[in-house]
Design a binder for this molecule. Structure first.
Ligand code: NAD
Ligand code: TDX
Length: 340
């Protein structure tokens, strides 16, 4: 039975991946997670106890990482500071976790000869014009915009260098925007759903024309599992499900599905440096590894995500107020800066 170490497994995508492995493999998993504001051990409550362990700790802790990596066959590395808005306010934690933490994992997999799969984002490629016929591919040059995406790009480059220089056995994947259960309420889709459920008006940045390429988190999990089975060391695989939509249309769909008028939201000031459009070409993953997404009906996926947040108020309510307070502080500072 394979032993898989999942970093960041108490976060959104890592937790979904741990549940996915329980259903679609016979491996045992250890989750290594610092349980920052974004981690939630409740997301792991339903994992079978005989096949899963949670270790609370920091991926930048070299001794802990060395010990854990040495007792596993494979590391799947999700742990990160993941929110662009936070990275604009306080980038330090992003450098420490995303860059230094990835370095510590690389040193440990190098020492112990353990396979690594590094989870990354399409944001490393910068953004596209709305009418650009091109989409991101494995050969698109890196051009990150935000401190978050710059640290993810840095971590990708470290992984590639450790493969080339030290022969580390590692694959990488860069995925588009995920949605589904267990996503923190700071992120666009759960923020708007839980705003409606809390009697707060949804908030749309800027013009609402920015495009994200949405994929259901279950499809991200199946793609990562396929790369673990058949991916080649040193290769990058782009993960996406042809789900381009602008933010205004996603918000209006949420409002309609929740029985609210589709103009019942606030336009608010834009995110500084806001990437205009992301779009993934996943041909390599589809044709070389034979992967395909199963949850491409966005309306159905959104409706079941709304149901999940309705049914799991106890999961998200404790972080809702703190998240909205944080956003209110941002807004106040942005207005002060404009006024001064
Ligand atoms: P998340 O913020 O929901 O979860 C991150 C998890 O990492 C949390 O449980 C947190 O406690 C943990 N963590 C943070 N710092 C840590 C540290 N120093 N040591 C150990 N654990 C730590 O993020 P997510 O949305 O699940 O993203 C997971 C990964 O997927 C990230 O690497 C992100 O860059 C990537 N990604 C996310 C998306 C998306 O749409 N959310 C898309 C593409 C790629
Ligand atoms: O309240 C909001 N209103 C709004 O209009 C929020 C929180 C966001 N937005 C916009 C900004 C983006 O154009 O919605 C879009 C999505 O925003 P986020 O959920 O913050 O995601 P994004 O910045 O696109 O990054 C996400 O996808 C790539 C993840 O957070 C990253 O971790 C991942 O790498």
């Amino acid at each position: 039975m394979k032993k898989i170490l999942i970093t960041g497994g108490a976060g959104f995508i890592g937790a979904n991946f741990a549940h996915h492995l329980m259903r679609h493999s016979d491996c045992v998993v250890t989750v290594l997670d610092k349980l920052t504001y974004a981690g939630n051990s409740a997301s792991l409550e339903k994992l079978p106890r005989n096949r899963s362990t949670l270790v609370i700790g920091d991926i930048a802790n070299a001794a802990l990482v060395d010990e854990l990596v040495g007792s596993h066959d494979t590391v799947v590395h999700f742990a990160a500071e993941s929110h662009n808005d936070n990275s604009l306010r306080d980038p330090a934690a992003f450098i420490r976790t995303n860059v230094v933490g990835t370095y510590e994992l690389l040193e440990a997999v190098r020492k112990h000869g353990v396979r690594l799969h590094h989870i990354s984002t399409d944001e490393v490629y910068g953004d596209l014009e709305l009418d650009d016929p091109q989409r991101f591919t494995e050969t698109t040059p890196y051009q990150p915009s935000s401190p978050y995406s710059a640290t993810k790009a840095s971590s990708d480059l470290l992984v590639k260098a450790w493969v080339r220089s030290f022969g580390v056995n590692a694959t990488l994947s860069n995925c588009s925007n995920n949605y589904g259960p267990f996503q923190h309420v700071e992120k666009f889709i759960p923020r708007q759903i839980t705003n409606v459920l809390s009697g707060i008006k949804p908030k749309l940045y800027g013009t609402g024309k920015n495009v994200r390429d949405w994929i259901h988190v279950a499809d991200h999990s199946s793609a990562v599992q396929r790369i673990l089975e058949a991916g080649e060391s040193g290769r990058t695989y782009l993960i996406g499900a042809d789900g381009e939509r602008n933010n205004l249309s996603v918000l209006q769909q949420i409002l309609e599905l929740m029985g609210r008028p589709n103009n019942e939201f606030d336009w608010i000031s834009d995110r500084p440096g806001h990437d205009l459009r992301y779009a993934i070409d996943a041909t390599v993953l589809r044709e070389e590894l034979g992967w395909k997404p199963e949850y491409q009906d966005f309306t159905a996926g959104l409706a079941s995500t709304i149901d999940w947040y309705k049914e799991h108020r106890r999961w998200w309510a404790p972080s809702k107020q703190a998240t909205e307070n944080m956003y209110a502080l941002h807004e106040a500072r942005a207005s002060e800066a404009i006024g001064s």
